[in-house]
Write a protein that binds this ligand. Structure first.
Ligand code: ZN
Ligand code: ZN
Length: 370
């Protein structure tokens, strides 16, 4: 194969700028694949990485962005799961590469984020702010690579990673969404996915609580309906949520999608009979991960009131597969509503794309590489 020139956008330092560089790409070796980036979408974590970096990223300049869909350009010797021309979506959390790892290896659980040597694209592993990438043999064989049928678009495939994170949170505990009342705290992208998933799963009612009016209004404009109630997060929020849960007294599933202690405090106040709380968004400050203490009555609350406190972070083998099949089956027909015309950017405007993602009304910014 003739040598391909790769255009790579390096972020020179946290708070810095994207520097384009042309680099040659080699042919894929045995077990490897060469992919061309089609779409990258911007995660709120990319906004933080762009502005202030992340301890997990030890080397700068860095190639960031971890939500990607790609076209397979060429496969190395021995690759049978993929062919040139395939549309694929990629996860962010990836195996450590150790064949014998109890989480990431051939006989592992697939819980990559539990591995002490866990790594992620756009973090320890280079991200997809580049036209082409070679994925190593272990990535292709063990990692989060989903091949989509031709009916799926590059845009839809790019939702794989954030959707997997959301579905992991919503399905780790069975039977807490179907025919039940769901509360989403926060109105960003994870709540936008959760709203669509809850609807697809047959939730009775979906209540979205948010501090800022801009994102809440955007969410209601794009995904509103008879099954959705939007509530401002004010001093009456607890009683207003309870009111919206009628004829139930409290929600069945509460998903904390706002990265703040206050969101956890609100979440546990909303718990009642049979409520599952998913601590979905972790809280990190410049000083680290603060303790958020909460007293649990194992007998009255957990046993007799059937409450469940749980969490997930990132995506794993199971949720990547689940998100892949949901996208392929078209179970989320409104995904395209997350990205408006002014939320689409060419790679030359990466900094603008990230700035747009930080706007208080933005849901999902997409960078188009083809
Ligand atoms: Zn993400
Ligand atoms: Zn591992």
């Amino acid at each position: 194969m003739a040598t391909i020139k790769n255009l790579v956008f390096y972020l020179d330092r946290p708070g810095g700028s994207f520097i384009p560089r042309e680099e040659p790409v080699a042919d894929p070796g045995p077990g490897e694949i060469l992919v061309r980036t089609l779409r990258t979408s911007i995660c709120q974590s990319d906004v933080v990485i762009y502005r202030q970096g992340l301890p997990r990223i030890r080397r700068w300049p860095a190639i960031i962005l971890h939500e990607a869909s790609c076209r397979v350009v060429a496969v190395g010797a021995g690759v049978t799961s993929l062919n040139a021309g395939d549309l694929i979506g990629l996860g962010c959390d990836i195996p450590c590469g150790d064949e014998a790892c109890i989480y990431c290896g051939t006989n592992g659980t697939g819980d990559w984020t539990s591995c002490p040597r866990t790594q992620a694209t756009g973090h320890e592993f280079p991200g997809f702010a580049r036209q082409y990438a070679i994925l190593p043999e272990w990535f292709v064989r063990l990692g989060p690579v989903v091949r989509f049928p031709e009916v799926v678009t590059a845009d839809q495939a790019c939702h794989l990673e954030p959707l997997a994170c959301c579905l992991e949170g919503m399905t780790r505990v069975n039977h807490c969404v179907e025919r039940r009342v769901v509360v989403l705290i926060g109105a960003g992208a994870q709540s936008a996915y959760a709203l669509q998933c809850a609807r697809a799963m047959g939730a009775r009612r979906i209540i979205v609580v948010n501090r800022g009016a801009a994102r809440l209004n955007r969410l209601l404009q794009e995904f509103g309906g008879d099954d959705v109630v939007g509530l401002p997060w004010d001093e009456h929020v607890v009683e207003n949520v309870r009111q919206a849960c009628r004829p139930f007294n409290e929600p069945h599933f509460v998903m904390v999608n706002a990265s703040a202690e206050a969101a956890y405090r609100l979440g546990v106040r909303l718990m009642g009979y049979g409520t599952v709380l998913d601590a979905h968004a972790g809280v990190k400050t410049a000083a680290g991960k603060p303790k958020i203490l909460h007293e649990v009555d194992l007998n009255n609350d957990i046993h007799y009131r059937l409450q469940c406190l749980q969490a997930t972070h990132g995506s794993n083998l199971r949720s990547i597969g689940l998100a892949g099949s949901w996208i392929a089956e078209g179970r989320l027909p409104q995904l395209h509503r997350m990205t408006r015309a002014d939320e689409r950017f060419p790679p030359e405007r990466l900094a603008d794309a990230i700035a747009r993602a930080a706007d208080p009304d933005s849901l999902k910014v997409i960078v188009e590489w083809d």
